[in-house]
Design a protein around this ligand. Structure first.
Ligand SMILES: [Zn+2]
Length: 669
């Protein structure tokens, strides 16, 4: 080598690295002028040395070319693969074997979370990253050096001075949950197929032929072991991890234990915390900490006897869809559900998984016979993550036109993904919800008809519709626990009284979507009688204060549904006669008063109530002052209520608010 040999070698290495940063990473670490100066110096020295210039010298090439294939690379020391344990018993027998084989030793375990990623081997020479390869078959992997260099957690130069001549660092390349979600939403935006899970995404990203693609994927790395050079660094796994951290690698938080109980406690604790981790793990790894004890135990086939992976029950599995079922929720939302070949996932057998809504089902291309990935994590409802091997000729399922529970027509509100049953009053799937709303305080206010009683009446098939409330013979309840003669008489009385609730209450009780207490009151005072509301067209509805197109549409489709009209007819037939309201605004008790509504109300939308009171001539205000005439306080009213009390301002509650909203002027006749 010439006198300039060392400097030439240094410059070539530096320039290659800068080329790489510039062309592949688009992240140069020096200015163009500095780069040019280095390149010129190299040109001059190469000329001075008089030696032949190799073709791969930076003076002869421009940029780092993308690789075209992955070159096979043999690992210095093979990567072992861990035996798996799926049960506590398997962990116990692993520990027992060690105890029996090492009777004299004080056994100590180190416990590492098992990252669900891709194992790689990184070869450092004199502290410089020279080569990176995938695990492959454990002996030989694929060269992914360029791709590995794009991962920010992998140092190109090891930090600190004391570095073995050759060091193989082993660890896991992974993608965080956040980066994974980000990647899939970009895939989606570009119309590309989403990745099934972070592991697949990490694998696909690392094996990009063009390292610039890898750089965009935000991969990360945890170091957890060493091949060649490892034993020079440390005499135990915990000391090795500390040394690797000192070189600039990310390492995971680990645990320690001396016996089975300690191991299993860590396992269960981590299983609890698993959903909160920033990355996916699929179990824990128990290792004998002491390297000399590891050596005594040795390996059988390719698995070390001194370590075992204790896997969590799989949270994602593959199965086949047998059918698509349309499930009606208690609020009338109709959800597609996949009926699947039963499969164990997240520790239980699952045969149903939600598809969330029609759009999601179409996006994931789930159909009868599709092969799907099902996920069940923690207590979350099992869901279909994705379908794959999609048959282009398969018939995609169509959403139903009629509610599968009641046969009423199905509708979809513009801008919403949900499809809904329009047979609110007649749909058995929505019955309990409808009934308890119908009898509630802000609605028909039937005292004594509690949730428990309603649930039992429905479960025993005695109430199948809100109309049944007025047709049922309550003497049949005699003998039920808690239903004495007096109680039954009171209940019947309450039901009788409810027949003549104001029209506003009745409309509210019907549970029409978007029609709360205030809108119901506005409708009642505008139309004054039920028949007019039922037959109102869209134009008429839109002329009511605070009724917009969405509300009008909801009212129209409710009364257009034959099933609902039948129920209303039955109610009227049973003697329910909503009392008409005629309003003369200036006579309202709150006319001319400055009022403040605060806290949350059970039956009333605060904004709509303010609008309605304004229409009566009241002046709703946002804050309490000496000018405030009245504060109407709901649940959890805070500082405004306190201030009202300090100022001695009159305070009213929700019951009074309801009566003011329903207020009708004394008849003029
Ligand atoms: Zn229905």
């Amino acid at each position: 080598m010439s006198v300039h040999g060392e400097r030439i070698a240094f410059l070539r290495r530096e320039l290659r690295e800068h080329n790489y940063r510039y062309y592949i990473l688009s992240a140069p670490s020096i200015s163009d002028a500095e780069y040019d100066a280095l390149l010129r110096e190299l040109e001059q020295l190469e000329a001075l040395s008089g030696e032949p210039v190799p073709l791969d010298s930076p003076t002869q090439t421009v940029g780092a070319p993308p690789s075209h294939t992955f070159t096979p690379r043999e690992h210095g020391e093979p990567l072992l693969s861990l035996a798996n344990a799926f049960t506590d018993e398997e962990v116990e027998s692993f520990v027992r074997r060690l105890d029996e084989s090492l009777p004299q030793a004080a056994i100590r375990f180190i416990i590492e979370p098992k990252i669900d990623g891709l194992a790689v081997n990184l070869r450092y020479e004199r502290g410089e990253l020279r080569m990176a390869a995938t695990r492959g078959d454990g002996t030989t992997g694929e060269d992914v050096t360029d791709n590995i260099r794009t991962i920010s957690g992998i140092p190109w130069h090891l930090q600190g001075g004391d570095v073995p001549e050759v060091l193989e660092v082993r660890g896991e390349v992974y993608m965080s949950k956040a980066a994974f979600a980000d990647l899939n939403s970009r895939q989606d935006a570009e119309g590309a197929a989403p990745f099934a899970n972070p592991r697949n995404a990490a694998a696909g990203s690392l094996r990009q032929l063009d390292a610039r693609m890898t750089a965009k994927r935000k991969l990360a790395f945890f170091a957890y072991g060493a091949g060649i050079g490892g034993r020079q660094l440390a005499s135990s796994q915990s000391a090795l991890l500390a040394a690797l951290a000192g070189y600039g690698f990310a390492v995971q938080q680990t645990g320690q234990a001396a016996d089975v109980i300690g191991l299993l406690n860590f396992y269960r604790d981590l299983q609890q915390r698993r959903p909160d981790l920033a990355y996916e793990i699929d179990g824990v790894v128990y290792k004998l900490d002491d390297f000399s004890l590891q050596q005594q135990m040795g390996a059988v086939a390719r698995s070390p006897r001194w370590a075992i992976a204790h896997k969590f029950p799989a949270e994602e599995v593959t199965t086949t869809v047998r059918d698509i079922i349309w499930q009606v929720g208690r609020t009338g939302v109709i959800t597609p559900v996949a009926d699947m070949e039963p499969v164990a996932v997240g520790g239980v057998i699952v045969s149903r998984a939600t598809l969330h809504n029609v759009d999601e089902m179409a996006r994931k291309q789930v159909y009868c016979g599709a092969t799907v990935v099902v996920r069940r994590a923690g207590d979350v409802i099992p869901e279909v993550v994705t379908a794959f091997d999609i048959d282009a000729d398969a018939l995609m399922p169509e959403p139903p036109h009629l509610c599968p529970a009641c046969g009423a027509s199905v509708y979809r509100i513009e801008g919403e993904v949900a499809i809904r049953c329009s047979g609110g009053l007649a749909c058995p799937a929505q019955l309990k919800e409808r009934l308890s709303h119908f009898v509630s305080r802000g609605a028909m206010d039937i005292e004594g008809m509690g949730e428990k009683l309603l649930a039992r009446l429905v479960d025993e098939g005695l109430l199948a519709s809100i109309a049944d409330i007025y047709e049922f013979d309550y003497h049949r309840l005699a003998g039920w626990t808690g239903m004495g003669e007096k109680k039954i008489a009171n209940l019947q009385e309450a039901i009788e009284v409810s027949k003549t609730r104001p029209l506003a209450r009745f409309l509210h009780a019907l549970g029409i979507r978007h029609v709360g207490a205030a809108t119901a009151a506005a409708l009642a005072s505008h139309f004054t009688e039920l028949a007019a509301v039922v037959s109102a067209d869209e134009e008429a509805l839109l002329s009511v204060p605070d009724v917009g197109p969405e509300v009008a549409g909801s009212i129209r489709s409710f009364f257009a549904e034959e099933h609902n009209r039948v129920v209303i007819d039955r109610l009227l037939h049973a003697g329910v006669t909503p009392v008409a309201a005629q309003v003369v605004a200036s006579d309202h008790p709150l006319a001319g008063k400055t009022i403040v509504l605060t806290g949350s109300f059970e039956a009333v939308n605060r904004r709509q109530a303010q609008e309605r009171l304004r229409s009566f001539g009241a002046r709703p205000a946002g804050s309490v002052s000496k000018l405030t005439d009245l504060v109407i306080a709901g649940e959890k009213a805070g500082s405004k209520l306190t201030k009202a009390r300090e100022l001695g301002i009159e305070v009213a509650d929700e019951a009074q608010l309801l009566s003011w909203l329903e207020w009708s002027a004394p008849s003029l006749s």
